[in-house]
Design a protein around this ligand. Structure first.
Ligand SMILES: [Zn+2]
Ligand SMILES: [Zn+2]
Length: 58
């Protein structure tokens, strides 16, 4: 993981802090910005939108 990715501490969808187990961090497929998603957003299948470039995905 890159340093940038490690700095992601909030879910990009609901802004909850990523403290619960099961959250994911991944780089934006489009621009590489770090994106975090919490457990509940993953379970609900909420779409994410990259805060940097606006790229969205499931
Ligand atoms: Zn969330
Ligand atoms: Zn992006």
């Amino acid at each position: 993981m890159s340093d940038k990715l490690m700095q992601v501490d909030k879910c990009v969808t609901c802004s909850v802090k990523l403290v619960e187990r099961g959250f994911v961090r991944f780089p934006c497929p489009n621009c590489g910005e770090g994106i975090g998603r919490c457990v509940s957003c993953r379970n609900q299948g909420n779409a994410y939108v990259c805060p940097s470039c606006g790229f969205g995905g499931p």
